[in-house]
Each structure stands twice: as structure tokens, then as C-alpha cells.
Design a protein around this ligand. Structure first.
Ligand code: PLP
Length: 454
């Protein structure tokens, strides 16, 4: 179904809205006194509208969460219906949407029971706590190139530079290196490495004391640290390693789950089952705030006779759960995972062609509609276009070009993502990719020492 972008009237007071926001509210991950924030007034399908009346192609699904696109009519109806019936029930009450959603999540993940949170950070906090309660062990192994959230525990569990300002954070986190084949931390090539990225974890386990490690927490597929798609045998080997030492495997599917890669969970591409899955974002496609910590049968059984030391006023919020139930039904009824796989295969070809064509594209990685371009100054040396944790004038110009053409894209360090809503059409995908190609050509001119015409 085509969802044409309807251009709204400009908001007369867009400037006032931005000013008021800046004066009285605080924005995530930013210095507060900078440029005025952009104003958003609405959206439809793969597009959203700004305060000046421009229509933007959303190539980032907002924060890689709006999987069913903007203002899906079925979602609006389902939320309104639940609001009319019952807006709130305390977390100790059983409600219809909560039970329905729990059952559906058990079916699609192959796990047993869900503890509901309000987002991904809280889901990871609870996963860590549950792993510690169940195993009686303290330490959690996580990876360097990872992000697990912005609360104290989930931020400490993260590996990327966002954790630095809150260090030393929460005790007990031990970090290991990632399956990053383009820049293998062990200097190996994927076909002859013997998967040192897994054997290295075993060495760390032995050095830390196997009986002290509660869980290994990894992103299903690493998202905001450069979309690291693991080699096919990485997860089977990691699963076996966890089993060997009685360590729980927690996969954070907050970004990679719910159709982003064309399956319910990214790990389903690799034929393994984690002990705990955390999710949020694509669970409701962002229409209502909801996260989930889904546990295996043995963990669920443990809590039949042991206290679950935790709770949230809004755990199992009926409107959020009703939104999720409808969202999951939309995925199935509209064949959105199939669309993600089909258009994802096409997107993969387009990205490979860009890698062949543009000097600045060092590597491309993709699974479904979850993809990234890794940009370099020189393909031979692989020198990044911007340093890890930083930016560069070229990355700034690339982002500015996309903004000027009203393509909303996520870029960070030397990475540029393509993560459109799963409802996107081929024509919309082509339109956005054409602008990406202009931006890459611009970067090629810049790194060749030319002056950009842009
Ligand atoms: N885990 C991953 C993999 C994420 O990408 C994010 C957010 O981007 C989070 C956890 C945190 O989720 P939230 O922002 O909903 O707390």
C-alpha cells in the first residue's frame, strides 16, 4: 500500500515551540545551549513533517524504533480503544492486554515469561538483576562496542564512550572484544581466525573466575556502535561457552529485535536460544513506551519459589501492552518481516554497489532493514573518516547534505545507517538512497582534496 506524504501547513509558531522547548526542557545526549531543536508536527508512513511544513523521508525510523511507520491507523485505533476501556491498572493486577502480550512474546521468542518495563535501559537493568538473583553470581561480561542504555547499571554495562562520564559506575562489569571482522581486534581474517572473538571470552572467564560470572550480555546484532553482524558460527560457539560454565546468555534485542532484521529476534538467524532477551523499541514501534525482559522456563520456574526483587509502578501498563499486541499483529497481517527481508536483500545489493563505487565506503554491513556504511579516508589503510568517539568536517558535511535534502538519517563517528520503517516501499527506498549517493560523491570529492559544490 502506498502511503503518500501529505504536506501539512507550516506551524506559525515553530520558532516559539523550539524556544520554549529549549528554555524549559532538557534534551538527551546534547549540550543544552546549542542550536534550536528541530520541531516535528506529525507524520505519515515513512515520512514526518517539520515546523516549516517540510516532509522528511525517515531513513532512521526515528531512533530505529518506529518499525510500522508514522501514524499507522490500526495502532491509533487500538490505543484509543484501550484508553476508553481502562487507562491504568496497578502492576499487581492481571489485565487482558498484559496476558495476551505475555503469551504472544513466549510464542515468538520460544521463552517462557515476561517482566515488563518502560524501555530498553530498564529491561537491561532487570535482566542483570535477574541473572544475579538466579545464579547467585555477581559479574556480567559485556562487549566494548555496545550500548545497553542510560540508567546507571545499563550505562555501566555499555562499552561505548557514553559510559565514560559516569565511571566507575556499577561494580562487576567485565568487558571483552567484539566480532568486528572489518577491523578484527585480534588482527585476523574471518576465514582463518578460529573465532578468537569467542576463545578470548573463555580466557577472560577463566581469569575472572568462572563461578563469579552470572551472565554474558550482548546486543542481538550490535546497533549504535556500527552494526556488527557476527559470523554465522559466533552465536552457536557463544551459546556453548555459556553452557560450559553455567553462565546465562542475555541478548539485548532492543534495536535488532521485532522485524528490524526480518525476524522476531536477530539471534533467530543463528539458530540459538538465549536465556534472557531484552527488548523495547520495535515492541510497540514507539507508539507507547514499553520494554520487556523475557526469561526462559528454568528462570521463570526459579521465581515460582523465590521472590522477584523488583517492580515498577508502570510495569504491564495496559495501554502500552495493548499497543504492543496490535503492533505485533500488524507485523504479521501486513507481512512486514517479509518486506524487511525482500527489500533488505535489495538494499544489500545497493550498499555493495556503493562500496564498489565510492572511495569513502570502506565496508557495508546489513541484515534485513538494519544496515550501515562504514566510511574511511582510504580503503587501503582503512583510516576512519572520523575517529571512534568523535566527528570530522567531512562527516559534518555528509550529514548536512542529507538534512538539506530532508532525508532523516542516523550518523555517528564514521558510520552512516540505513534503517527505514519496515513499511517502506521500493520507490521510497530508492529516493533516499539516491540522496545517500549524492552525499557519498560529495565526501569522495572532499577527501580527494576538492572543493564541494554543495
Ligand atoms: N539497548 C540497545 C541495543 C539500544 O540501542 C538502546 C537504545 O538505543 C537501549 C538498550 C536503551 O533503550 P531505551 O533508550 O529505550 O532505554
Amino acid at each position: 500500500e502506498e502511503r503518500p506524504a501529505v504536506l501539512p501547513e507550516p506551524v506559525a509558531s515553530a520558532y516559539d515551540i523550539a524556544q520554549q522547548n529549549r528554555e524549559y526542557t532538557m534534551f538527551s545526549w546534547s549540550v543544552q545551549g546549542g542550536a534550536l531543536p528541530p520541531v516535528m508536527t506529525g507524520g505519515r508512513g515513512s515520512h514526518f513533517f517539520d515546523g516549516d511544513g517540510h516532509s522528511w523521508l525517515d531513513f532512521s525510523s526515528q531512533l530505529i524504533n518506529l518499525n510500522i511507520g508514522h501514524q499507522h491507523p490500526r495502532m491509533l485505533e487500538a490505543i484509543k480503544k484501550q484508553v476508553d476501556t481502562m487507562c491504568f491498572a496497578g502492576p499487581s493486577f492481571a489485565t487482558e492486554p498484559r496476558g495476551k502480550l505475555g503469551q504472544k512474546l513466549a510464542e515468538v521468542t520460544g521463552l517462557a515469561k515476561t517482566f515488563f518495563t518502560l524501555g530498553g535501559s530498564e529491561a537491561n537493568e532487570n535482566a542483570i538483576k535477574i541473572a544475579r538473583l538466579v545464579t547467585g553470581r555477581d559479574k556480567i561480561i559485556t562487549r566494548y562496542r555496545s550500548y545497553h542504555g542510560a540508567t546507571m547499571g545499563s550505562m555501566t554495562a555499555s562499552g561505548d564512550p557514553r559510559r565514560w562520564p559516569v565511571e566507575p559506575g556499577v561494580p562487576g562489569v567485565v568487558r571483552v572484544f567484539d566480532p568486528y571482522c572489518y577491523r578484527c581486534p585480534f588482527g585476523k581474517t574471518p576465514d582463518s581466525c578460529g573465532r578468537e572473538c569467542v576463545s578470548h571470552i573463555e580466557e577472560v572467564i577463566q581469569m575472572e573466575g568462572p563461578d563469579s560470572i552470572a551472565a554474558i550480555l550482548v546486543e542481538g546484532i550490535t546497533g549504535s556502535n556500527g552494526l556488527l553482524v557476527p559470523p554465522d558460527d559466533y552465536y552457536p560457539k557463544l551459546r556453548a561457552l555459556c553452557d560450559r560454565y553455567g553462565i546465562l546468555l542475555i541478548t539485548d534485542e532492543v534495536m535488532s529485535g521485532f522485524g528490524r532484521t526480518g525476524k522476531w529476534l536477530a539471534t533467530q538467524h543463528y539458530g540459538i536460544k538465549p536465556d534472557i532477551v531484552t527488548c523495547a523499541k520495535g515492541l510497540t514501534s514507539g507508539y507507547m513506551p514499553l520494554g520487556a525482559c523475557i526469561v526462559s522456563q528454568p528462570i521463570a520456574d526459579y521465581f515460582d519459589t523465590h521472590m522477584l526483587w523488583g517492580g515498577l509502578t508502570y510495569s504491564g501498563h495496559p495501554v502500552c501492552c495493548a499497543a504492543a499486541v496490535e503492533n505485533l499483529a500488524i507485523y504479521e497481517d501486513e507481512g512486514l518481516f517479509e518486506n524487511a527481508l525482500e527489500l533488505g536483500a535489495y538494499l544489500g545489493q545497493r550498499l555493495e554497489a556503493m562500496k564498489a563505487r565510492y572511495a569513502c565506503v570502506g565496508d557495508v554491513r546489513y541484515k534485513g532493514l538494519f544496515s550501515v556504511l562504514e566510511l574511511v579516508r582510504d580503503k587501503g589503510t582503512k583510516e576512519p573518516l572520523a575517529p571512534f568517539g568523535g566527528t570530522s568536517p567531512e562527516m559534518g558535511q555528509l550529514a548536512a547534505h542529507l538534512r538539506n535534502k530532508h532525508v532523516y538519517a542516523y550518523s555517528r563517528f564514521n558510520f552512516l545507517w540505513v534503517c527505514p520503517p519496515l513499511i517502506i516501499t521500493k520507490a521510497e527506498l530508492d529516493a533516499g538512497l539516491a540522496v545517500y549517493e549524492e552525499a557519498l560523491a560529495l565526501v569522495d570529492t572532499l577527501i580527494a582534496g576538492g572543493v564541494a559544490a554543495d
